[in-house]
Design a protein around this ligand. Sequence first.
Ligand code: QNM
Ligand code: MN
Length: 256
Amino acid sequence: MPFIDHVSDSDLQRLALQRVVPALLSRGFCYVDGLLGEVAGGAVLEQVRDMHRSGALQDGRLASSAPGVHRRNVRGDKIAWVSGAERGCEAVNFLLNLIDKLVSMCAGRLGTGTGTGAGAGTSIRERSKAMVACYPGNGTGYVKHVDNHNYDGRRITCIYYLNKDWNAKEHGGVLRIFPEGKSYVVDIQPLFDRLLLFWSDRRNPHEVQPSYATRYAITVWYFDSEERAEAKRRFRDLAASTSQQQQQPPQDSGSS
Ligand SMILES: Cn1c(O)c(C(=O)NCC(=O)O)c(=O)c2ccccc21
Ligand SMILES: [Mn+2]
């Protein structure tokens, strides 16, 4: 199904240079509304709904519901990882390709030392698979956290929201960002056809507030190549060292 090319390359270029890069550098986050338009955005939403209906979203994590309410076995966010090549993910694939283009147009201009002391510039050449997430609307959310808390290589978090007629007063589900070192918070509604980008590291702790309606989002994380390579090395060393320990017989307490 050929999608209406709602956004031309020159639109993306302008969006990258005039909106996304300045906002990421000055505030650490940026959101864009109307990214795909009604038709293509609607196609992505339908495919995510189909995944939800078909049970492709794995059962949510055990989550505590609204604070103070102690219900057992409350299931929270349900997720599925997709590459975009799967059957029924054509519209998701179109979205991922568009976000890849947008981020690649920004990558060269995100300067050096993006906050994690990395002297070298940010070289973003790869990303994660896409995480399709659904909050079932039972009052569960996601506690405050940092996506990349310990140099796992993730540099930019991109979240595409799919929720039509969302009203935070009624449905909650606001993404609240607590920009590091700032006295204010940033509340972002998970609105249909909205793309949010923010630095994945400690600059942007964030939480998903309890949701009272079904809340869909698709997230991809873009890696800084150097940090990612270093993280992989660290992980390999860790795996190697733990497997060595397992091979050696456990030392009894009396050994010198
Ligand atoms: C389901 N879900 C998340 O929703 C967010 C997250 O920060 N979401 C922000 C948002 O949806 O606005 C996550 O960061 C996350 C991390 C690991 C596994 C699942 C996760
Ligand atoms: Mn997160």
